[in-house]
Design a protein around this ligand. Structure first.
Ligand SMILES: [Zn+2]
Length: 60
């Protein structure tokens, strides 16, 4: 199985981590939502960096 759906991504500005298992309460993103399925206008809930400013974390 690909790890894409549960890959966590880290904001390179403030180190906020988006975890698909948690979602994003601020943006009303349901738990289980992959980063790729976030709305285009989604940005870091902590510092408003856009999606392109996030980097995938390693699986281990
Ligand atoms: Zn941030």
């Amino acid at each position: 199985m690909s790890g894409e759906a549960h890959t966590r991504l880290e904001c390179k500005v403030c180190w906020y981590v988006y975890d698909p298992a948690v979602g994003d309460p601020l943006w009303q993103i349901a738990p289980g939502t992959p980063f790729a399925d976030l709305p285009p206008h989604w940005s870091c809930p902590n510092c408003a960096t856009e999606k392109s400013g996030f980097l995938p974390l390693g699986d281990d």
